[in-house]
Design a protein around this ligand. Sequence first.
Ligand SMILES: [Fe+2]
Ligand SMILES: [Fe+2]
Length: 467
Amino acid sequence: MSLHDQIPNNVDLSHDRRLQKALESWQPKFLDWWREMGPEGFQEKDVYLRTAVSVDKNGWADYNYVKMPDYRWGIFLTPEEGERKVGFGDMVNTDSFDEVPGEFRNSLRRLIVTQGDTEPGSVEQQRTLGSCAPSLYDMRNLFQVNVEEGRHLWAMVYLLHRFFGRDGRDEADDMLERRSGNADKPRILEAFNQPIDDWLSFFCFTMFVDRDGKFQLATLAESGFSPMRRSCRFMLTEEAHHLYVGDTGIQRVVKRSAELTRESGGDPYSLGGIPLEIVQKYINYWVTYAMDLFGGEISSNAADFFAAGLKGRYNEAKKYTEHEVNSGEYEIPVVEGGKIVNRKVPMRNAMNELLRDEYLADSVSALKRWNKIIADEGVDFELTQPNKRFHRHQGQYAGHFFNNDGDLVSEDEYKACVAAALPTKEDRDLVKSLMQQVTEPGKVANWIAPPKKGIGDKDTDFEYVKL
Ligand SMILES: [Fe+2]
Ligand SMILES: [Fe+2]
């Protein structure tokens, strides 16, 4: 572990001078990008942040006041647990590999770039939120997520520099050139080009889009390509907090909205709360974008990645006993001749869909918890998951018109459905009208319930950001 090198790392950078030099010359470009596109207006403030300082499961992070540009972004891989074998696919049980297999060089590079591009994308999307944070606690969590997405970018850039030579270095540079929502050089995936300019969007994003990240990373954390596996393992440690921020964030919004619905007799906005119908629309919006991130329902690419031992199923090692998956089929509804028909596809080709289903099951359990909070307030309202086929821009259902029950409809019916199920301009304006910065330690904006506990060993009224 070299914590005091120019780039903190546990990959023995100082013994690979060429690689070290290349990364050290990328570092100032990253910092320029951070200053330009990182959190706006708070770069010189002391923020109570955790920094990864070890890969030991107990005590891997330090908590301290840090100015964000001084954050110690490092490269950390989880240590290998004994002799590792490829866990699935055609080469199951052979030794796992430390170099990129030649025939997968391009597709693996694409995979790493696509994952890597999401990290700075989200920082850009969230850059103005500090100025309307509902509390210092929330503001700190936002910045924590932001610096760690920066570290995830480092994790992917390390892989690019280490394994992909000149191409990898070019890709790493491009990562700092693209901009979220920019018409000429947008981020690669559409979810990362959608604006996030209120905190309900932020919580939905960390709940549903970071959760896609968790599932993607989890399948790569099964990889037979050892550096990828170990890198993603460590990212998952940090990612857990991002999901916590999203989950508890929505939970607090739901709780407050339900309280104010009850107190106002059905009009929470009259008391400064967000109507639950609008929370539902935000959920629909972000879940449908998140579903796109899993890729095509029927995918030969996913089958190839599985065959090559690069990308497994969710909890491949823990959950399954048979790891070759040469038999079995999965039924996927597709559009044929203007109708929905079920098509049976070989299981390996349905890997993206399997993962999407795992993801949706995970989200449903959160919805159940939130619904219990609403019911406990005595309010008659239930949050639901949007249909898999509604409002999709990738895969089998893109380019068709589905309503939120998953039925094929006319374009006009679809438009009506969008207006009813997704946030309108008025809805967004309403939410924005409630966004006001609260900076007194321990105080929280009226539209959201206070957090139940603080960060690390600190209380909820700790001064998480010194303004
Ligand atoms: Fe990330
Ligand atoms: Fe994240």
